[in-house]
Design a protein around this ligand. Sequence first.
Ligand SMILES: [Zn+2]
Length: 302
Amino acid sequence: MSGPAFVFHPDYEFDIGRHVFPTEKFRLFRDAVVEEGLATVDAIEYPEKATDEELLRVHRPRYLADLRSYSHTGRTLHSELPISRSIVEGCVRTAGGTLHAARRALECGAAFHLGGGFHHAFAGRAEGFCYINDVAIAAAWARRVARLDRVAVIDTDVHQGNGTAHIFRNDPGVFTFSIHQQRLYPDKQTSRLDIGLDAEIGDDGYCEALAPAVESIVRDFRPQLALVVAGVDPYEDDKLGRLGLSFAGMARRERLTFAPLAAAGIPFVTVTGGGYARRLEDTVALHVQTVRIALDVLASES
Ligand SMILES: [Zn+2]
């Protein structure tokens, strides 16, 4: 079996003006992954854009038509992002990237998407910084095309994966799990398993809540694929989240997520999700840490 796949595309860095969401982080993440020797530049795979057929497994035709008008309408307005051709097409490319990563994870055991995690987008509307729910599109592909009976979404971003939860509310084959800060954006939907934490819970409280949840999903649901939304906004110096996890606590989070998956031989995909640290280099370093620890866990299992 070949090593884990790495997936990235320059289209992810679209121009949204001055904004709390730094879209340059994807390129910096890619650069750092190469610089640290976690992947060679030639090994990084560039995905196709998601096709309309792939997008329509999750999103409604009228909403997609609105997006492709590249102007704000009632359905796209709640995105908290500007809208333009490059932004929408960057999101379509991102959805293709998460789908590509899911396909590759089934082939080689793990895939790191250096992008994605737009988990607030609903079937018929935008929300937050999210137009197209790439996580849902990959999960829908895994269910309908790869014919998997059990797909888990493990969402450790500080914000609840509300769009993903709503999209799969009637599909028992997709286990949506979200561990997040309770009193924070967004309005909550009901995931299969939600853990809403108090602000400033810190490393120990967070890890005590996370560990049994991941273990029970692996043991009882037995996913054939896990999509991990590894947002780094639970970090203590984040501008949006306030869970108060240290750098070391974030490392513990990754181990508690990936070790049970690797031990059970469950293929997994990571997507970046959020990350709004005061210092952009912290956000990038935390995303790199996710990859490094996942690789470490995989190596210790093989
Ligand atoms: Zn977030």
